[in-house]
Write a protein that binds this ligand. Sequence first.
Ligand code: UDP
Length: 238
Amino acid sequence: IDGEPTYKRVLLKVSGEALMGQRDYGLEPETVDRLAEEIEAVHGMGVELCLVIGGGNIFRGVSGAARGMDRAAADHMGMLATVMNALAVQNALEKRRVPTRVQSAIPMAAVCEPYIRRRAVRHMEKGRVVILAAGTGNPFFTTDTAAALRACEIGCDALLKGTKVDGVYAADPFKHPDAQRYERLTYHEVLSRDLGVMDHSAISLARENHIPILVFSIAEPGAFAKVISGEGRFTVVA
Ligand code: UDP
């Protein structure tokens, strides 16, 4: 990539499912390493980087094994799942000699740092990738909302959402191969057409704080670095 990075400080959100690879549950080491490789490339461009990783590959508070549980308890389990994913990604990054810190919204002193905004910023300024675990720390929220919240708090120039496809489509392109793909959307269009970019509270937070959301394929090798340079395929929500 020749281009200068368009953004100085970004937050990347990936779902837990992005770590699952061909499996239908949990983590696939090759896939976790592939993600680490993408992150390493962007880190190498000198971009300040923080990550929010979901937990849906392990536990989701509203479905599956959570059936019949109190929502708050199930959501606590979901947040713990994101900590496991954060540790897996940290490990893969450190094997590549990318310096990292995990900060959890639910303090877990023996495992990682607690989330402290100013300290997260300081780590990023020093070139460490900060992995923000345990979502917002509150039940009834999602890691999408956590990503938007942290991007606002930390003063990120952009919120990048790494998905399975190269942008936002009018319908699921796996089910509808001829679905329309958007280059640009407004926050309002995403909300009013209920396009499944991120949940509504995440979109609203990004809108109020004027943070553009860039949706791209995290599965495509090199795509993350290209998006950071303003190249490649992605949909901008702004
Ligand atoms: N969760 C929560 N509060 C948060 C973030 C996450 O309670 O601020 C819980 C919730 O149960 C959710 C689970 O953690 O279902 C996993 O997060 P999410 O579904 O956002 O993960 P993803 O779909 O991105 O893998």
